[in-house]
Design a protein around this ligand. Structure first.
Ligand code: PLP
Length: 434
């Protein structure tokens, strides 16, 4: 019988469905920004279990809050036995979410939050169709998968919902209409054309990620989100801003929406909400939320009291300094990554907000899709990611073309830890390009 990491990997092989087999660092313990495996290796975590442990692994206040609730009761079904953790958290969300968003439905995950949001938009508007972005990601259950603008996730899983149309994403670096320097956010106007040509006009919602996470940390240009909302409303739809990955302090504000002049009509959340306990939510303006009638939607586990208690503590931790740290360290990191872009030809683009930053790696000897920008270099990104892991750093590697290094660390991360990560990337790039 093997011990250590090998024992876990062997049983994964034998008893878990073969998904993401290559991933990566088995986890025995974690604390703050550090993950430890079963062989006694320690890693600096720059990916937070895909942008989840925003308040730091095993954040003390969050652990305490969860333990206290475990001692009271573990399950009550939020909609059968109304409980205080759900009431407290929903009230808190009304306070911290943008504008006049007020009423929340609690689910367990991001994909459920997204699908619930679409149901609510349909119920409120009485319309059916949805427009989403090409290259977007909204989850993997069939409804969310139909919104997700990436064929790679859908292969052999079709058919998904067919009343979804897709519009070009605000990917300035690889935009065939402009490049990052001349971007006018004109792609937002494409939404009008897509609604008029690809739908029957029965628009319930447009759904966007305010920064596209799985797509490769794609930050929209100024004015884009505002124009998207304007067009959506002109066509009678609601704007669903999917903050599953961008919310809870990740971008240096509580919500990515806070960087723009937009209040979402419905806002799905998950991931960082309870710092690792499973919870999802969507919050809407009262008038929209009240379109749901008793029985329209339900979840057995949604709004679990332990997760809600953890979420309350998470929000407090974020407000007590972690969002500010994300803003401060993120600004420094953005500058540091811009230096990387200037120094290495294989770094095509660097972009992000707060502690959600991406480094897009390219092959400068070849031209990319649609003859725009150098070709994405997924192999290089994979090699750099592996090198980082060998050097004790867990880094995300992803993006639509699988060529983006993703910085999404726990928000308490220090300058020194970020500097160590960037220096290790430089070492890896030096080795690769020498
Ligand atoms: N929406 C966005 C923007 C996401 O990034 C994700 C997951 O990565 C989801 C929805 C789906 O979340 P979950 O994996 O919790 O279902």
């Amino acid at each position: 019988m093997p011990a250590g990491n090998a024992a876990i990997e062997e049983r994964y092989e034998q008893y878990l469905m073969p998904i993401w087999k290559s991933l990566n660092v088995p986890i025995k313990r974690a604390e703050g920004c550090t993950v430890e495996d079963f062989d006694g290796n320690e890693y600096l975590d720059v990916f937070s279990g895909i942008s989840v442990t925003n308040a730091g692994h095993r954040n003390e206040a969050v652990v305490e809050a969860a333990k206290d609730q475990l001692d009271e009761f573990i399950h009550g079904c939020t909609y059968l036995h109304p409980h205080q953790p759900a009431a407290d958290l929903a009230e808190k969300l009304a306070e911290v979410t943008p504008g006049d968003l007020q009423k929340t439905f609690f689910a367990n995950s991001g994909t459920e939050a997204v699908e619930g949001a679409v149901k609510l938009a349909r119920k409120y508007t009485g319309s059916k169709e949805v427009v989403a972005l090409e290259m977007s990601f909204h989850g993997r259950t069939l409804g969310s998968l139909s919104l997700t603008g990436n064929k790679a996730y859908k292969d052999e899983m079709a058919p998904t919902l067919n009343d979804v149309a897709h519009v070009a994403p605000p990917y300035s670096y690889r935009c065939p209409r402009c490049d990052g320097d001349s971007c006018t956010a004109d792609c937002a106007n494409q939404l009008e054309r897509i609604i008029e040509t690809h739908t029957s006009g029965d628009l319930a919602a447009v759904i966007v990620e305010p920064i596209m996470g799985e797509g490769g940390i794609i930050v929209p240009p100024e004015g884009w989100l505002e124009r998207i909302q304007e067009i959506t409303h002109e066509h009678g739809g609601l704007l669903i801003v999917d903050e599953v990955q961008t919310g809870y302090g990740r971008t240096g504000e509580m919500w990515a929406s806070d960087h723009f002049d937009v209040v979402p009509d419905i806002m799905p959340q998950a991931k960082g909400i309870a710092n690792g306990l499973p919870l999802g939510a969507f919050t809407a303006r009262e008038e929209i939320a009240n379109a749901f009638e008793s029985g329209d939607h339900l979840s057995t586990f949604g709004g679990n009291p332990v997760a809600c208690a953890a979420a309350q503590a998470t929000i407090k931790e974020l407000q007590d300094g972690l969002v500010a740290n994300a803003r401060e360290q993120g600004a420094w990191l953005g500058d540091r990554l811009a230096d990387l872009e200037a120094a290495y030809e294989v770094v095509g683009d660097t972009r992000g907000l707060g502690l959600m930053q991406g480094v897009e790696l390219v092959d400068p000897s070849e031209t990319g899709p649609m003859d725009v920008a150098p070709a994405p270099d997924a192999k290089l990104a994979k090699r750099v990611g592996n090198q980082l892991r060998e050097d004790g750093i867990v880094m995300g590697v992803g993006g639509f073309y699988s060529n983006v290094l993703r910085f999404q660390p726990p928000l308490p991360i220090s300058r020194e830890q970020l500097e160590r990560t960037v220096t290790t990337i430089e070492d890896a790039l030096d080795r690769e390009t020498r």
